[in-house]
Design a protein around this ligand. Structure first.
Ligand code: PA5
Length: 451
């Protein structure tokens, strides 16, 4: 079966020497081999490679049956998690949901909302106010089981749900997704008797969307998780095909071009979407690439814009600012719905020349016009095109971005699967909160803050 995702590089070519692409082409072949043979850096974190075709049917069935149970008993399901334990599910659900999902009353699937991705008192308090009025269930996701943000949210929501439904009934409304044996969340789940799903040892947070971490919330939101895995499997077959075909290997092409651009000084990559439903896909991509590549003083800075909205805020900079950027556009060929621009007798806005056209036609002309203008302004452009958005196409996109990220990291000679830098803020926060074991840091930081 053919993949539906295509990548277009013609608007990046004028900015790169052919020899640089030739060199990248060879490197990417090697990096794909390293990945497949599990011989590169971080090779104990490659379980995500096999999620599309090695996820057992029994696990899918169990996820689906828990999803159906939660859907029946809840108007709202709160997904508690942060970073890789949050963004994948949100990206997929928001890419497919009705834009005004939370205002719809006649939905079959519950509304999915999120907690534990911030430590805002106001957000948490508003959430509790909402949950006072709705029937709800909780999914708490943390691989380590010790992350502060989701742990605080779960502590609060656990009390709320137990007060609302009683401790015994609350157990039927909580599912934990965590490590198979370690961590406070696992211990708590064992003690309280919550059903749990496992985040596999060899799957890191930001690569976990095709594991129960993403699959359970996505299934609860009413989407077909098997179709998503099937899409990812199609992409897997293409990117790891026996005969390396650079021009038809989207992951190799994307990684090669973005690294060639980086080597020319394009140190910021801006992901551009023209559909607001892709906003969280960009957030997921930002984490995937930022956390995988940004280390040892290296890495492309991943940024995101949502056009045409941000053309009215960021357009000036992109057209005319510091020339260290390139754009990667996600272009969705066909919208799922149809609206034509009406004729207007008065025509005071002078828009009758486009009356009868679909809004998507105008959006597409905006994309084409913007790309040409930005290329003329010195911004290289890569374009990822998909025909439409559904589970299958999103599965392709996930796997494509993950593989391209891994081989991009190998090209930078970093370990794309660790995140040592994330610890620095935590250490300071714990010290400033006076956690036992941080006494020396508490003293030092308190002094620094008072200077
Ligand atoms: O990609 C990662 O590893 C991180 O973003 C983690 O997913 C994030 O920090 C949350 O960690 P945990 O699932 O252990 O709570």
């Amino acid at each position: 079966m053919m993949i539906q995702l295509k990548i277009e590089t013609k608007n990046a070519l004028p900015f790169i020497e052919t020899s640089a692409i030739e060199a990248q082409k060879k490197s990417m072949q090697l990096h794909l081999k390293e990945l497949k043979n599990k011989s590169g850096k971080g090779n104990d974190f490659l379980g995500w490679l096999d999620l599309p075709d090695h996820t057992e049917a029994g696990l899918i069935q169990s996820i689906q049956s828990d999803a159906d149970r939660f859907a029946k008993q809840s108007e709202v399901v709160v997904v508690i998690g942060i970073g890789g334990s949050y963004l994948g599910a949100r990206a997929m659900i928001e890419a497919m949901n009705h834009h005004f999902d939370n205002f719809l009353n006649d939905k079959k699937a519950p509304h999915i909302i999120y907690a534990g991705q911030n430590m805002s008192e106001d957000y948490t308090s508003d959430l509790l106010e909402l949950l006072d009025q709705k029937s709800y269930s909780l999914i708490v996701i943390s691989k380590s089981g010790t992350t502060t943000e989701p742990a605080i949210a779960f502590r609060i929501l656990k009390q709320h749900i137990e007060n609302k439904y009683g401790k015994a009934n609350a157990k039927d409304r909580i599912i934990a997704i965590t490590d198979k044996e370690r961590g406070a969340l696992k211990e708590l789940s064992n003690k309280e008797g919550y059903p749990t799903y496992i985040v596999p040892d060899d799957v890191g947070g930001r690569y976990s969307v095709l594991s129960p971490v993403g699959l359970l919330p996505i299934a609860i939101a009413g989407y077909n998780i098997q179709a998503m895995l099937d899409g990812a499997k199609k992409m897997k077959d293409v990117v790891f095909a026996e005969d390396y075909d650079f021009e038809n290997n989207p992951a190799a092409l994307y990684a090669a071009y973005r690294n060639a651009l980086y080597n020319k000084g394009n140190t910021t990559e801006i992901m551009v979407g023209y559909e607001p439903r892709m906003y969280y896909m960009t957030e997921w991509w930002k984490q995937l690439y930022g956390e995988s590549e940004g280390k040892e003083g290296k890495g492309i800075f991943p940024a995101g814009v949502s056009f045409t909205c941000d053309l009215h805020s960021m357009g000036q900079y992109i057209q005319d600012g510091l020339r260290n950027i390139f754009e990667t556009v996600i272009s969705i060929k066909a919208p799922n719905k149809k609206i034509n621009i009406p004729e207007d007798d008065l025509n005071l806005d002078k828009l009758n020349y486009i009356s009868g056209k679909r809004i998507s036609e105008v959006n597409f002309k905006a994309e084409q016009g913007t790309t040409l203008a930005h290329v003329d302004g010195g911004v290289p452009n890569l374009r990822i095109e998909v025909p439409y958005i559904n589970e299958n196409v999103l599965g392709e996109m996930i796997y494509f971005f993950e593989v391209a990220c891994a081989i991009s990291g190998y090209e930078l000679d970093v370990n794309p699967f660790d995140q040592p830098g994330v610890e620095a803020y935590k250490k300071n926060m714990f010290a400033l909160l006076g956690k036992a074991g941080f006494e020396k840091e508490t003293e030092e930081l308190t002094k620094r803050l008072s200077e």
